[in-house]
Design a protein around this ligand. Structure first.
Ligand SMILES: Cc1ncc(COP(=O)(O)OP(=O)(O)O)c(N)n1
Ligand SMILES: Cc1nc(C(=O)O)sc1CCOP(=O)(O)O
Ligand SMILES: [Mg+2]
Length: 215
């Protein structure tokens, strides 16, 4: 049984970390309640990506937080990450599963209802519903799905899901209420002055939203 909790999923971007070391921001975020971490560094050599992955793996191990690698199956294999996140234009899921193994976590981005229907035939472990809202963190996104998109996709998907794109303390509750199992954020934590506090606030909102308790 794969053990992972999508509730508060941090996706990294060093360019948004206010010049702080990646491990510092990630560890503070984990102390604040982040439940999954994805290494997503688009502006990086393979060597640097691998070294970052190894360092993050060491940093996350004591907290038993899974490390997910964005895009790069080779790096995920090389650092023995717990998971890989792929998008619609990345390596096909069936190939990733064959090479990565059945015990590893594979996440897939879905950008519309048809992607979610197609994903139901694939061996994935979760879906990222992307993007929910417009965001300046990633500019080459599909059209924003909004909360209605989350409702439609979570109703037909066989898999647990996270919403991603433009999510913060002001709208996290709505994402959970619309049916997602968790939220995935970059800037709301990476660029927070106090990542621990930012993660802790988001974590509390998610916990209360799941229990349907007003904030
Ligand atoms: C949790 C999560 N959801 C969606 C994405 C986006 O993946 P992708 O569409 O492959 O885009 P890039 O992140 O590779 O630019 C994600 N990374 N994580
Ligand atoms: C990594 C990523 N993927 C997206 C997608 O729509 O596929 S949006 C995104 C970035 C989300 O950043 P922020 O939390 O700062 O809005
Ligand atoms: Mg990708």
């Amino acid at each position: 049984m794969k053990d992972f909790d999508l509730s508060l999923y941090l996706v990294t971007d060093r360019s948004l970390s206010l010049n702080r070391p990646l491990e510092y921001v990630v560890e503070e975020a984990v102390k604040g309640g982040v439940t999954m971490v994805q290494l997503r560094e688009k502006d990086c050599s393979s060597k640097e990506f691998y070294e970052l992955a190894v360092r993050l793996k060491i940093c996350l191990k004591p907290y038993k937080i899974p490390l997910i690698i964005n895009d790069r199956l080779d790096i995920a294999l090389a650092c023995d990450a717990e998971g890989l996140h792929i998008g619609q234009e990345d390596i096909p899921c069936a190939i990733a599963r064959k090479l990565f193994g059945k015990h590893k976590i594979i996440g897939l981005s879905v950008e519309n209802v048809q992607d979610a229907i197609d994903a139901n035939k694939l061996d994935v472990d979760y879906i990222g519903i992307s993007p929910v809202f417009n965001t300046s963190t990633k500019t080459d996104t599909a059209q924003a799905l909004g909360l209605d998109g989350i409702r439609k996709i979570t109703q037909i998907s066989m898999f647990p899901s996270v919403g991603i794109g433009g999510i913060n303390t002001g709208n996290a509750r709505e994402i959970i209420q619309a049916g997602a199992d968790g939220i995935s954020v970059v800037s709301a934590i990476m660029s927070a002055k106090e990542p621990l506090q930012a993660a802790s606030q988001l974590s509390e909102i998610i916990t209360l939203s799941k229990k349907n308790i007003d904030i």
